[in-house]
Design a protein around this ligand. Structure first.
Ligand code: ZN
Length: 717
């Protein structure tokens, strides 16, 4: 077809086009909006997509030139239930609002948007910018009352249709669920047979692992203990792929707490069919996340519960007992010691795994420790950090007090003052620019005013010039207003003085006996956003990054007390030095002095070495000790043991045996024939050995029970 023929065709169509289409529409774009809600629809309803593309021809025939026809098809495969996540629809509305669109085309136009809110937004914009809307049935002008009514009705019908479909699907689903026939995602350990029946997984290993978890819980009564057992014995958890290429296959994974907890609380393992355990609360839904808003319903609120529906791993009674036990465990974790006496809880982050440190109280709430145990709790791994609370808190408090010292505050205030001076000079600069813009406008106006009216061309150029300068001035004014709006608050002299005065009083307030721990916690929270803790090599140095409110960061380091001397960073050097001194024949006291002279400390920070500590170091390092030499030199009767030998034999710590000796619980004597003040010898025949072991077991048990009550973990979230 030649160009003139094309033009002729166009003229022909122009003569036929409906009266609603005018030049003002043809001079703007024609947008073809193409959408199918799911990718399956895109594949299956290929015809419909073709039909939608055919709209391009229709637009052309109605008189739009090819270059003015734009296809928006970004939303293929996206649901129409709302505009979020549909960039194409948003683009369409934007184009209309920019007054660039003459007509919007779509098949069954009301399906452009299935939610009335989006539909009316589009209608409003189209009415405002005189944009037409067209579909296979006809062409509508939203500016006309009748058309508008029709379009509104179409939108409402469309939304109602969607609602009815949804409702029908949901009630069908629920009826099926009530009969226990609705297919669900089976937990691992079960499979659907081709007949639709549910059976235990034929994979013997998977079946046995599930059974083992229930057995272990029966025995240990705690999720963590089950996890620890599995980690220790390298037992992997079966996991069934719910989708993808390997759907339905079993994968073996590292166990974690959540997996075990889910198995213990899933009623399916007790043979029960349930529906509605996790209803979705739309208020908690996050846009763009398909499974969000899931909540946990109480058992009495489940929509369906049919017991004895499939083969079980445990009985229903056992399932209920397990749930009760889990609830009890979590209560125990929560409430024994009053919460919140820790001042930094929730502020500390571990630098290694970026998780928050939790708090733990021991000795009936007397001692506080901060721990990073996310991996320990979730995967039965080793704990990555454990810190004494008191030492850390006092270090952070020092930092806070220092930051609030009048002298430090003076510096901060000075900086603020400099900033405000800088701002003043900027302001001056702005005023000059504004004056200049105003002058330009006045000059352009004078020139325009002075021009001879006969000289139209000149006058037009000058008028344009005047308009330009007016626009430039307006723009500058807006920018200036923005600058003013961003102005930070300026402190008055009185305010500054008041701050310094308060800062001077701060240490008194902080240390006052009437100030509660909770108030101190609040003060710290007002000042500090977060603290990142790093302990290089798990040794004595603790590095802190303190993020103050207002994005200022300071760094600090302190030396912490350790539970074992072996953790200290210079331990290898220390041991070498001790060996050297020992082979030089120095006494323990002399060795302790030499170590102190070096500037070294024992495991407890700033605690100097003494004879006892040196003795412990030597014995723990396995160096030959004086005690051993003396033990060899002792004159013994039958069934006499040194405390060290007895400790090895009975597994009772040497210190405890010494205590028993002091308390007279053991029959003993001191052999003074050896050097260094003699040696204690305990008389113990076979029966006595048994008795010592049994005493120890009893007291150990007592200790464990007490400890279980005392230890309390608190989650900062
Ligand atoms: Zn960590």
């Amino acid at each position: 077809m030649t160009q003139s023929e094309q033009l002729h065709m166009k003229d022909k169509y122009l003569a036929q086009i409906p009266s609603k289409i005018q030049m003002q529409h043809l001079s703007r774009l024609a947008i073809i909006y193409i959408r199918q809600s799911t990718l399956q629809q895109v594949e299956r309803h290929n015809e419909s997509t073709k039909l939608q593309y055919a709209l391009v021809e229709k637009a052309y025939n109605l008189g739009w030139s090819r270059e003015k026809i734009v296809i928006i098809d970004e939303d293929l495969g996206r649901s129409g239930s709302n505009a979020e996540g549909r960039p194409g629809f948003q683009k369409l509305v934007a184009e209309v609002s920019l007054d660039r669109v003459g007509m919007v085309f779509g098949i069954e136009i009301s399906r452009l948007a299935r939610s009335c809110r989006d539909w009316y937004q589009l209608l409003e914009s189209c009415a405002l910018f005189r944009t037409l809307i067209g579909d296979t049935d006809g062409i509508y002008d939203p500016g006309h009352y009748n058309d508008r009514l029709l379009l509104g009705l179409k939108g409402t019908m469309s939304e109602a249709e969607l609602h009815i479909i949804k409702q029908r699907m949901l009630s069908g689903k629920k009826a099926k669920a009530r009969r226990g026939e609705l297919k669900m995602n089976l937990p691992v350990g079960y499979i659907y047979r081709p007949s639709g029946e549910i059976n235990k997984d034929p994979d013997q290993q998977a079946q046995e692992t599930i059974a083992l978890i229930f057995k272990l819980f029966e025995q240990y009564r705690s999720c963590n203990a089950v996890l620890n057992f599995m980690v220790k014995n390298q037992i992997q958890m079966p996991y069934r792929e719910n989708g993808g290429l390997r759907k339905g296959e079993i994968d073996w994974r590292r166990p974690n707490r959540t997996m075990i907890h889910n198995i213990l609380t899933n009623p399916t393992y007790a043979g029960a069919y349930s529906y509605g355990r996790f209803p979705v609360d739309s208020r908690k839904k996050q846009p763009g996340q398909p499974y969000s808003g899931k909540t946990k319903a109480k058992q009495e609120d489940w929509e369906v519960l049919i017991k004895d529906k499939f083969p079980n791993y445990i009985t229903w009674e056992k399932y209920e007992r397990n749930k009760k036990q889990l609830a009890m465990n979590s209560n125990k974790m929560m409430g024994v010691v009053s919460r919140g006496s820790s001042r930094l809880s929730g502020l500390l982050t571990c630098s290694k795994c970026h998780s928050k440190l939790t708090t733990r109280y021991t000795s009936n709430g007397k001692h506080l420790r901060y721990l990073c145990q996310k991996h320990a709790v979730n995967y039965g791994d080793k704990r990555c950090t454990s810190l004494q609370g008191a030492q850390l808190e006092s270090f952070v408090e020092e930092q806070v007090l220092e930051a609030l010292q009048p002298s430090s505050l003076q510096i901060s205030l000075k900086v603020a003052e400099n900033l405000s001076q800088e701002r003043e000079s900027l302001l001056k600069h702005w005023q000059l620019r504004l004056e200049r813009a105003k002058y330009e406008v006045e000059r352009a106006f004078r020139q325009y005013n002075a021009a001879e009216p006969e000289n139209r061309l000149v006058a037009r150029a000058l008028e344009q010039n005047w308009e330009k300068s007016l626009a430039a001035e307006e723009k500058l004014k807006q920018e200036y207003n923005q600058f003013i709006a961003e102005q930070p608050a300026v402190m008055t002299t009185e305010e500054r003085e008041a701050i310094c005065q308060l800062a001077g009083d701060f240490p008194t307030i902080w240390n006052a006996t009437t100030t509660t721990n909770q108030q101190r916690q609040q003060i710290i929270r007002l000042l500090i956003d977060k603290i990142i803790i790093n302990i290089p090599g798990n040794a004595e140095k603790v590095d802190l990054e303190i993020y103050w409110v207002g994005s200022h960061i300071t760094y600090g380091q302190y030396i912490r007390s350790l539970s074992k001397i072996e953790q200290i960073s210079y331990y290898p050097e220390l041991i070498e030095y001790v060996k050297e001194l020992q082979s030089a024949g120095k006494s323990y006291t002399a060795i302790a002095e030499a170590l102190n002279k070096k500037g070294w400390y024992s495991a407890k920070y700033k605690k100097p070495f003494n004879q006892g500590i040196v003795e412990t170091i030597i014995s723990r390092a396995g160096l030959v000790t004086g005690r051993k030499r003396r033990a060899e030199a002792a004159n013994r009767d039958k069934d006499e043991w040194t405390c060290s030998e007895l400790a090895l034999k009975t597994n009772v710590p040497r210190k405890k045996l010494h205590k028993y000796v002091r308390e007279g619980k053991l029959q003993s004597r001191v052999d003074n024939s050896v050097s260094h003040g003699g040696i204690i010898l305990v008389k113990a025949d076979e029966a006595e050995l048994q008795r010592i072991m049994s005493i120890s077991k009893q007291s150990n048990k007592h200790w464990i029970e007490q400890n279980r009550i005392v230890i309390v973990e608190e989650n900062p979230e």
